[in-house]
Design a protein around this ligand. Structure first.
Ligand code: ADP
Ligand code: TMP
Ligand code: MG
Length: 192
């Protein structure tokens, strides 16, 4: 019931409940009296500077870490220094590839690591960091949202610019919420 030395990945499109699931899992570990912490990249300032916040308002205090090589090193150093037994990382797709090795190493060193992030960008192409973590994971939690067009399970994220589907040459990184993104099924996901 209390995994250790374990790498778990929570993935799926936007609005699937990834952040909610991550907070729930961290909270359960705290109830189990294990020393646990959440990390999030500083790029994600959508709802709060010092909390992980879900689209439904659920929130949890977090270490805010720069989404660069220095930040990846900080995750390792803070975990070791504070003696965390369980760590959660939200928006893992925003970190550089080096996070894969670091999270894998922490799992090898008996930490229960839970990484949450997007599998696919708005074009339907993989985020390489998540992709690499998925193949190394001990457990995968794959979540779907609800398609805003037809109500079917949504596995894709539609980016909208002024209400219109964003073109393929739009930049990959664009932090946002429901003003710029919708959950969609395969049939209703459009990339002009
Ligand atoms: P994620 O981190 O995967 O984007 P969150 O945990 O932040 O997801 O938010 C999930 C919440 O988003 C749901 O509980 C629901 O309240 C809300 N939500 C908004 N739009 C949708 C949608 N199209 N499908 C499912 N949930 C949605
Ligand atoms: P969420 O999965 O918790 O909803 O957050 C996803 C974040 O990723 C949100 O800030 C929007 C951003 N994002 C991109 O930068 N590029 C993309 O292609 C997609 C789909 C999302
Ligand atoms: Mg989220």
């Amino acid at each position: 019931m209390n995994p250790e030395g374990f790498l778990e990945v929570i993935t799926g499109p936007m609005f699937a409940g990834k952040t909610t699931e991550l907070i729930k899992r961290i909270e359960r570990q705290i109830f189990a009296k294990r020393k646990a912490a959440l990390f999030k990249p500083s790029i994600d300032n959508r709802y709060s500077e010092d909390h992980v916040v879900a689209h439904n308002g659920l929130k949890y205090e977090a270490f805010v870490i720069p989404n660069n090589e220095e930040g990846v090193k900080q995750i390792y150093d803070i975990t070791k220094r504070e003696g965390y037994e369980v760590i959660g990382i939200d928006e893992v797709q925003f970190f550089p590839m080096s996070i894969v090795e670091v999270l894998n190493k922490l799992a090898d060193e008996n930490i229960y690591v839970i990484a949450s992030g997007l599998n696919l960008d708005f074009k339907g192409d993989p985020f390489e960091v998540t992709k690499e973590l998925l193949v190394k994971a001990d457990n995968i939690i794959y979540l779907t949202a609800v398609c805003t067009i037809c109500g079917a399970p949504a596995t894709r994220t539609q980016r909208l610019i002024n209400g219109k589907p964003a073109p393929r040459n739009s930049p990959i990184i664009l932090v946002g919420g429901s003003e710029a993104y919708e959950a969609r099924c395969r049939k209703h996901h459009i990339v002009p």
